[in-house]
Write a protein that binds this ligand. Structure first.
Ligand SMILES: CC(=O)SCCNC(=O)CCNC(=O)[C@H](O)C(C)(C)COP(=O)(O)OP(=O)(O)OC[C@H]1O[C@@H](n2cnc3c(N)ncnc32)[C@H](O)[C@@H]1OP(=O)(O)O
Ligand SMILES: O=C([O-])CC(=O)C(=O)O
Length: 375
């Protein structure tokens, strides 16, 4: 029988994992033992994804092979594009992403092959194709033809090219690459847990990643980045920031981009994104969004003791890069898919159904009244 409950499963250790080590007191984060700071400074999204899927950093040849495989799987089946054309143009990009990933299972062709190597290939293919879904939707919803993926160039450059039709400058592509590295995994966060719960029923990779995308979309999780920039836009001017946030806190509103279930100190990823936000402001000659973010951060820290999470500074970074606001969370998904799929592979390799208990708080045994005797 159930023994104890913890709302939101706080601090409950629900599984074993070798992938991501997270120390919320010290603000330390590693993927297979490699520090997130080293990955942010020296790695690339492709290399980080390799690490998450294989448990070790790749050799030069292994990395080049992975890059080639990812490039080869960027294109979407024509039928998925047709399906996307049928959706109302008002459909939220995260809903389109979830729908397209779900539909991709129909084009797998070998769903009966549940071997580890087949699932590893699915992990790579889903990661390769998700930017194509997101950027194609941006064009389709505006009545334009999607831009076909590049057959060369890295993941971040290709994403920006497919979004804009132009080759990004090196710095912009580098910023997106770092952001993708920083978002790639985070232990048993809500969407990864959802993916693992789905995988633990032995549902397939597409079902698991569809669950994860749906879970990431909520504003208490990945959806917070979009809400952060909407808040900054409402604040409008640096001088309004303090009054706006004090008012929001007085009304007991949550300030998006702050707080975390695990961190009790600076999120190590936020440090990098803060620096990038500052640099983007300096480069553009308009530091307004960075300065506003700094004031928001200061007030929330002073009054609530809460730290910025990964969603806070990514919001101003993506905005200054000119990315459409409602693509913020899909971009998060395009990165986190590396972690989700790594966790799904790990779940399949050591599987047991995930099925906790609930402490019953409903009515005691109640007689069944026939319909015409009920008032
Ligand atoms: C990638 C990610 O998912 S990172 C998180 C992204 N989400 C956000 O940024 C949304 C804003 N943040 C939050 O809602 C929360 O901090 C969460 C959901 C991330 C974590 O929440 P929990 O660990 O469940 O903390 P919980 O919701 O119990 O809050 C504890 C207290 O802190 C307060 N609090 C937590 N976060 C915030 C916030 N962002 N703004 C204001 N108050 C907050 C709560 O109101 C609560 O106060 P109370 O005890 O006076 O009622
Ligand atoms: O870990 C969590 O609870 C939220 C998350 O996904 C992250 O911070 O990247």
């Amino acid at each position: 029988m159930p023994t104890a409950t913890t709302d939101g499963l706080e601090d409950i250790v629900a599984t074993h994992s070798r992938i991501c080590d997270l120390d919320g007191q010290l603000g330390k984060l590693t993927y297979y033992g490699v520090d997130i700071h080293d990955l942010a400074l020296h790695s690339s999204f492709e290399e980080t994804a390799y690490l998450l899927w294989n448990g070790v950093l790749p050799t030069r040849t292994q990395l080049e092979d992975l890059r080639l495989r990812l490039r080869a799987h960027r294109a979407l089946p024509g039928q998925i594009l047709e399906l996307m054309h049928l959706l109302p143009t008002s459909t939220a990009p995260m809903d389109v992403l979830r729908t397209a990933i779900s539909a991709l299972s129909a084009f797998d062709g070998h769903l009966d092959d549940t071997s580890a190597s087949a699932n590893h290939r699915r992990a790579e293919r889903l990661t390769a194709v998700m930017p194509t879904i997101v950027t194609s939707w941006e064009h389709i919803r505006h009545g334009r033809a999607p831009i076909m993926p590049l057959s060369d160039h890295d993941h971040a450059t290709n994403f920006l090219y497919m979004l804009t039709g132009k080759m990004p400058d090196d710095y912009t592509a580098h910023v997106l690459d770092v952001a993708l590295v920083l978002h790639a995994d985070h232990e048993l966060n809500a969407s990864t847990f959802a993916a693992r719960v789905t995988a633990a029923t032995l549902a397939d990779m597409y079902a698991s990643i569809s669950s994860a995308v749906g879970t990431l979309s909520g504003p208490l999780h990945g959806g917070a980045n979009e809400q952060v920039i909407r808040m900054l836009l409402r604040i409008g001017e640096v001088n309004n920031a303090r009054t706006y946030i004090e008012g929001a806190l007085a009304r007991k509103e949550r300030v998006m981009g702050f707080g975390h279930r695990v961190y009790r100190t600076e999120d190590p990823r936020a440090s990098h994104l803060r620096e990038i936000s500052k640099e983007l402001g300096q480069r553009s000659g308009d530091s307004k969004w960075f300065e506003m973010s700094q004031i928001v951060e200061r007030v929330v820290k002073e009054q609530k003791g809460l730290y910025a999470n990964v969603d806070f500074y990514s919001a101003s970074v993506y905005y200054m890069m000119g990315l459409p606001i409602d693509l913020d969370t899909p971009i998060f998904a395009c990165s986190r898919v590396a972690g989700w799929t790594a966790h799904v592979l790990e779940q399949y390799a050591h599987n047991r159904l995930i099925r906790p208990r609930a402490e019953y708080e409903g009515p005691k045994l109640t007689p069944y009244l026939p319909l015409d005797e009920r008032s």
